[in-house]
Design a protein around this ligand. Structure first.
Ligand SMILES: Nc1ncnc2c1ncn2[C@@H]1O[C@H](COP(=O)(O)OP(=O)(O)O)[C@@H](O)[C@H]1O
Ligand SMILES: N[C@@H](CC(=O)OP(=O)(O)O)C(=O)O
Length: 522
């Protein structure tokens, strides 16, 4: 644990909110307790938010299992077996980890109760033969309930004073979000309700362990917010209690210039802006849920991404480059925080910040059967796609041609929806589909200020012998994307990273390279 960071936590009235993802809770619960929550709680108040446990990967984790069980129940399948896997996983983990017999007995009782509740819901869905978004949400909520019951028990077992806080009923049941939407008032009311849960704690040295699942929202949390909703929950808690910092703990040191598993020379970034973090998440590098940023940044609270396996690392701070923190002065004064915020946040000179890739992309090409694109042509295409819940990631149009890149999984249901959409789209012209593609995106808030970045990216692909299917420069000017064959994506990431993101390559050198190239041509 870094003494620098802890030395700055000098007041017990200051809060830090710590969010732990599912795989961290599944694999590193002892580190979380002893090396992270314990030392931080000695210097400040700590609120913990956890996702559902995943002992290996998110796709095999508790939330995914519960969602699969829900699917099975509505299809009259064997959901019981899957739920017993969830129960067994939590019971075994509790028995192996909790030493105090009274704490363990209570945890096992609570764990079995939550599993039995889910079984009842699944049974009801099987009888009805369908599952409503509300029921699906309730089933899904068991993931966070089980993991937080365990984490609170573990903290108490290791000598901390912790209390499990269930947020699943925090949203008033009469709320009609179809009228209000997820608007500012909804978020600010929610943040206040979360804060109230803290004021209701029995003593002011208790560590609340919040279920990252936060309620049956109309339309369903899964539909309204999507997977990864615990980030948003943690953000709203941070806003509600005016925390000094929101820490999102993962299994990487922070945000890198590229996925470190794919690009060995990727560098850790000391800071990124919220816009960059959102783009990175959307285009393949799951950094943080995009809804998280707005709320926290509005409240001037920095977000820090940190590594559960390396708590003393500085991590990556997500903070706008033009806003001071709460109580701070106007920019460019660096925001005050638990750990120093790198001055580079205000003096970033790099043209690009990071490169990312999104896989399982298909490209839909539509050649209009008219000479020019007619009135309503694009609207027709989009409503056809929308009907099948197909979301376009990139689009590029010419006079008579539209190309769109979409993410597509090969499961039966998605394939059927795609087939239907293609059939329907044939009303507008000839349609062809190219599968197994990737979107490679270069992200950077500074890029728009520099000439030559896009052309360097595309010429690097060409020099590597990689064919470009489609090009798009995002409307927000912080994203330049190309669609390429998926089998070339590793090569593309590494080549572009080498050219545009390795330390010695900065914006000036791109421009100089361009100028010397122009001179040669002359
Ligand atoms: N630019 C990037 N910076 C950091 N990690 C990235 C990046 N792009 C992709 N990743 C991957 O995202 C994963 C996020 O970390 P992890 O803790 O596993 O996520 P989660 O908390 O969602 O379970 C890492 O495995 C990492 O390889
Ligand atoms: N457990 C939920 C919510 C979540 O936020 O997960 P994670 O923090 O592990 O991404 C999910 O799997 O989507």
């Amino acid at each position: 644990m870094s003494t620098v960071s802890l030395a700055q936590l000098n007041s017990k009235n200051r809060w830090v909110v710590q969010k732990f993802g599912g795989t961290s809770v599944g694999k590193f619960f002892n580190n979380i307790c002893d090396d992270i929550v314990k030392p931080y709680s000695q210097k400040s108040r700590v609120a913990v938010v956890c996702s559902a446990r995943s002992s290996k990967t998110k796709s095999e984790g508790t939330t995914s299992r519960l969602l699969r069980a829900a699917d099975l129940s509505s299809l009259d399948g064997n959901y019981q077996e899957l739920l017993e896997v969830v129960r067994e996983d939590h019971v075994e983990n509790a028995k192996n980890s909790i030493k105090d017999s009274a704490i363990l007995a209570k945890l096992l009782q609570d764990t079995n109760y939550e599993c039995d509740q889910v079984l009842k819901l699944l049974h009801a869905s099987q009888i009805i033969g369908e599952i409503s978004p509300r029921t699906l949400d309730s089933i899904m909520s068991a993931g966070e309930k089980l993991s937080c019951l365990f984490m609170a028990a573990l903290f108490n077992d290791h000598g901390l004073k912790a209390e499990y806080v269930d947020l699943s009923n925090v949203i008033a049941s009469g709320l009609d979000l179809s009228v209000t939407g997820f608007d500012d008032k909804f978020y600010s009311d929610l943040a206040k309700s979360f804060a109230k849960k803290i004021h209701d704690l029995k003593a002011n040295d208790i560590i609340p362990v919040f279920t990252g699942y936060f309620g049956v929202v109309p339309g369903g949390l899964l539909n309204g917010v999507g997977r990864g909703y615990t980030d948003l929950c943690a953000a709203l808690i941070a806003v509600g209690i005016a925390a000094d910092e929101l820490q999102v703990w993962k299994e990487v040191d922070g945000i890198f210039t590229a996925d470190p598993r794919k690009v060995p020379s990727a560098r850790l970034l000391s800071s990124v802006t919220p816009e960059e973090a959102s783009e990175l998440t959307y285009y393949g590098s799951e950094v943080i849920h995009p809804f998280t940023m707005e709320q926290v940044i509005k409240a001037k609270i920095p977000i820090r991404i940190k590594n559960v396996e390396n708590p003393s690392g500085d991590g990556t701070i997500i903070y706008p480059d033009n806003v001071s923190t709460k109580g701070g002065q106007t920019p460019p004064h660096p925001p005050q925080s638990f750990q120093k915020i790198p001055s580079a946040i205000f003096h970033k000179k790099k043209a690009a910040t990071a490169i990312t890739a999104k896989h399982d992309i298909i490209v839909l090409n539509i050649h209009s059967n008219k000479k020019t694109l007619s009135h309503g042509f694009l609207a027709g295409i989009f409503s056809t796609l929308d009907k099948r819940r197909l979301v376009v990631d990139l689009i590029s149009t010419s006079e008579v041609h539209v190309s769109m890149a979409l993410q597509h999984s090969d499961d039966e249901n998605s394939s059927r929806l795609l087939r239907e959409a293609v059939l329907d789209l044939k009303r507008f012209g000839t349609v062809d589909v190219t599968k197994n593609m990737s979107i490679v995106s270069l992200i950077g808030k500074q890029m728009k200020q520099y000439i030559g970045v896009a052309s360097t990216m595309f010429s690097t692909l060409a020099e590597s012998g990689i064919n470009i299917e489609m090009i798009s420069q995002g409307a927000n000017e912080i994203n330049i994307s190309a669609v390429i064959d998926q089998k070339d994506s590793m090569k593309a990431l590494n080549a572009i990273h080498k050219k545009l993101l390795e330390t010695h390559v900065d914006a000036e050198s791109i421009i100089n390279e361009k100028i010397s190239h122009l001179k040669l041509v002359e």
